[in-house]
Design a protein around this ligand. Structure first.
Ligand SMILES: [Fe+2]
Length: 161
């Protein structure tokens, strides 16, 4: 727990913590989605399995950063995997239903955009107040924006319907 971190986060700290918990659940849900897809994708999607594996690694890395910030703010991340999908606001991602390349990417795009919205909200609410969280929100926002662009690019070039 970072005493100064909490002091700086100020009156809005509860809202910040709620958003970080949401992000933690979202990142781990996304991690598992991409990991599952990388291992089980079918058809020509097999050729992109490394792309999904790299996304899984990336989301896991994001979850660690979010957890670290939560701990600085005196909170422990949610330890119950069953709660991650509820808290995240993403719902059940159900990767086994999206095992073709197009469907896997389209589903990923849906939840990536929700996470982008979340980090944008987190950046807005911490700007000029809690620079530690603000910087993290920007870093993760930019990473997710890059993912959105990459996924859109693959989809745009895909010949398979
Ligand atoms: Fe992420």
């Amino acid at each position: 727990m970072g005493k100064k971190s909490i002091e700086i986060a100020g009156a809005g700290v509860d809202g910040t913590i709620a958003m970080l918990k949401k992000a933690y659940g979202g990142e781990l849900s996304a991690f598992h989605y991409f990991w599952y897809i990388s291992q089980n994708i079918e058809g020509l999607g097999v050729l992109e399995s490394k792309f999904f594996e790299a996304r899984a690694d990336e989301e896991l890395g994001h979850s660690k950063k979010v957890a670290f910030r939560l701990m600085q703010l005196g909170e422990t991340p949610i330890d119950d995997p069953a709660q991650w999908e509820q808290v995240s606001g993403l719902g059940k991602l159900q990767p086994s239903r999206f095992l073709t390349l197009r469907s896997a990417l389209e589903r990923a795009l849906e939840f990536e955009r929700l996470v982008i919205g979340l980090y944008n909200d987190l950046a807005n609410s911490t700007k000029d107040k809690d620079h530690g969280t603000y910087q993290l929100a920007l870093e993760l926002l930019n990473a997710e924006l890059e993912d959105e662009q990459d996924i859109e690019d693959i989809l745009a070039k895909l010949e398979i319907r």
